[in-house]
Write a protein that binds this ligand. Structure first.
Ligand code: ZN
Length: 310
């Protein structure tokens, strides 16, 4: 087993089975790095037979196209990935309107003029991942010398997959559990649900697996899975506490709450429009979570969602 650092995204090779877990970003540099790493094992792109994707974010699936231009590969993902693609495709025709309405419902009507400049981006044809084989949750896979169990871990992405090798005590954690970064948990316009609730359940799901080594999608290999999960839970609990406090102090809408809570990256008023929208989607995921657990009350007032403490 080898590790191929492609910039900041890791791709893992099960070398005796020509199987790659994730691919990295869609750049020439990414492909060159992959080829370079394969060559240290006397392998080339044509030795890759299968790619398993942990989730369908560009930094993990981006290189698939370029690999496919060079060799025939089977793309494997969790069953839910097919459903997510279906929802994504169905949403295409109304994506601009849906996103615009959502920004308004979040109390962001001041941003609508700026948003409308991006209409053409929403109208563009969309690339879609062609999935050749699907894996069921808890399915056992025999891949070369590896015996892997699939764990559906929705949260960071609805279709997120972790792979556990119980014999070797290894967890391929994708972006579900990273050693330092808190994975972005966000609401997606085209998917109805409770992503933070899903995420916390998914953390529980992997907490007690026999794991000695975690191989994540970014940063670095680490070992204390349960410790890291506790830290992530504490982070979200603090975040929820902060949001409740701001709602109690009078922040009413998704954008208002977002503008008064603290952000690790940069202060709210220094964020560009799309960063603000991403931050608001993260806040909304927390508000959905709190609403579903009756910590805050959500009401619709003149087309705007307003919150108060329950
Ligand atoms: Zn990632």
């Amino acid at each position: 087993m080898r590790r191929n650092p492609l910039g900041k995204t890791y791709s893992y090779l099960l070398s005796d089975a020509g199987t790659l877990i994730d691919t990295g970003i869609p750049t020439k540099e990414g492909l060159d790095t992959l080829e370079e790493q394969l060559s240290t094992l006397d392998l080339g792109i044509s030795d890759i037979e299968k790619i398993i994707v942990t989730h369908m974010h560009t930094d993990h699936i981006g290189l698939i196209n370029r690999i496919q231009q060079k060799t025939e590969v089977t793309v494997v993902a969790l069953k839910e990935a097919v459903n997510v693609q279906r929802q994504w495709n169905k949403s295409r025709d109304t994506a601009f309107e849906d996103t615009r309405d959502e920004i308004a419902a979040w109390g962001g009507s001041d941003f609508l003029e700026q948003f409308s400049q991006y209409e053409h981006v929403f109208r563009r044809p969309r690339w879609r991942l062609k999935i050749d084989e699907t894996i069921a949750d808890r399915e056992h896979l025999r891949i070369g010398s590896h015996s892997l169990e699939a764990h559906w871990t929705p949260g960071h992405a609805r279709e997120h997959l972790c792979l556990h090798d119980a014999e070797k005590g290894i967890l391929f954690s994708g972006d579900h559990v990273l050693p330092k970064i808190t994975s972005h948990i966000s609401h997606h316009t085209y998917l109805v649900g409770d992503p933070l609730g899903d995420y916390l359940k998914s953390l529980d799901r992997v907490r007690d697996l026999p794991v000695k080594t975690v191989l994540p999608g970014h940063e670095r290999i680490f070992h204390d899975l349960a410790g890291r999960i506790s830290a992530l839970e504490a982070h979200h609990e603090r975040r929820c506490g902060e949001i409740i406090a701001k709602v109690r102090e009078g922040a009413e809408t998704v954008f208002e709450v977002s503008s008064v809570i603290s952000w690790d990256s940069r202060p709210w008023n220094e964020m560009a429009f799309w960063t603000k929208r991403m931050a608001a989607a993260e806040t909304y995921a927390h508000l959905i979570y709190l609403r579903n657990r009756e910590k805050v009350e959500e009401n619709l007032r003149d087309g705007v969602l307003v919150y108060e403490t329950a």
